[in-house]
Design a protein around this ligand. Structure first.
Ligand code: NAP
Length: 272
């Protein structure tokens, strides 16, 4: 049976670990050829080799810092040269810098987070969409935002600002593509608390205060209505649906995968 994205070529950024890695695996499992990029070359190369050994869709890894404009034309050209075009963009690479208060955040931390989480997505669209148009088969752009892009998050004000920007950027890109009648859709995905290595990295950017890595399972037990953290593959399955033709009428929309975090709280009046 043909895979759900058989015949499509996908570009996944931040694909060496966490959600991006799961997206690369799931898209390849369903038949897509996947160009994976990241700054963690050892993990990226190893995952591409694993995917290729499985023998469904092919994978190729390239080093890329998404905030560096000069690399983008090379990455897109490689997708076209190696796999014959481009149909799916998964704009995933992102970092989270947590500080006790936004007042403790330096301008260089703010700019670094903006550069990766927002500039990186802009560049992905700027260089990726023309390639999707050149291939002429339409396509799907999936931007990984966050529940922090839907509501405020104390300690993560800068991160929230980037993810809110991605949410509205996705809608605007969706409308421009719809207006161009280019058969390219664009949507945002809003994960809640996902057990990935990002939580071990967050304290590195802190100006002060906590010094232990954040445990997503503990956090989820306290703050996620279903009581558990999601896994990266839970997000990847949503990305797969947005990438495939089953979602062909979905554009400018938000897919929230958060274990009920944004629905409200359990245990309040009327819920017991
Ligand atoms: P992750 O486990 O840290 O994986 C992100 C990958 O991106 C890492 O391999 C990282 O490399 C790489 N990366 C970092 N900076 C980069 C850059 N400038 N250019 C290219 N690659 C870069 O993170 P994740 O949890 O999978 O998060 C993926 C996306 O989901 C992010 O946009 C994040 O904001 C979003 N998200 C995550 C959660 C969650 O709970 N995990 C929730 C909501 C939204 P290094 O390891 O070398 O830094």
């Amino acid at each position: 049976m043909a895979g759900q994205v058989q015949g499509k070529v996908a570009l996944v950024t931040g694909a060496a670990c966490g959600i991006g890695a799961a997206c690369a695996e799931v898209l390849a499992r369903e038949g897509a050829d996947v160009l994976m990029t990241d700054i963690d070359d050892a993990r990226g190369e190893a995952l591409a080799a694993t995917i290729n050994a499985r023998g469904a869709g092919r994978a190729h890894y390239m080093h890329q810092d998404v905030a560096e404009e000069a690399r983008w034309p090379e990455v897109v050209a490689e997708a076209e040269r190696r796999f014959g075009g481009l149909q799916v963009l998964v704009c995933n690479a992102g970092i989270g810098i947590m500080v006790p208060s936004v007042l403790d955040m330096s301008l260089s931390e703010w700019r670094r987070q903006m550069a990766i989480n927002v500039d990186g997505v802009f560049l992905n669209v700027k260089y990726g969409i023309p390639a999707i148009r050149r291939a002429g088969k339409g396509g799907s752009v999936v931007m990984i935002s966050s529940v922090a892009g839907l509501r405020g998050s104390a300690g993560l004000a800068g991160y929230s600002a980037t993810k809110g920007a991605v949410r509205l950027f996705a809608k605007s890109v969706a409308l421009e593509c719809a207006g161009a009648r280019d058969n390219i859709r664009c949507n945002s995905v809003h994960p809640g608390i996902i057990a990935t290595p990002i939580w071990e990295k967050i304290p590195a950017g802190m100006g002060g205060g906590r010094n232990a890595p954040i445990d997503p399972h503990q956090l989820a037990a306290a703050g996620v209505p279903i009581g558990v953290a999601s896994e990266a593959k839970d997000i990847a399955e949503g990305v797969l649906w947005l990438a495939c033709d089953a979602s062909r009428h979905v554009t400018g929309s938000e897919l929230v995968i958060d274990g009920g975090m944004t629905a409200g709280r359990i245990g309040s009046i009327g819920q017991r």
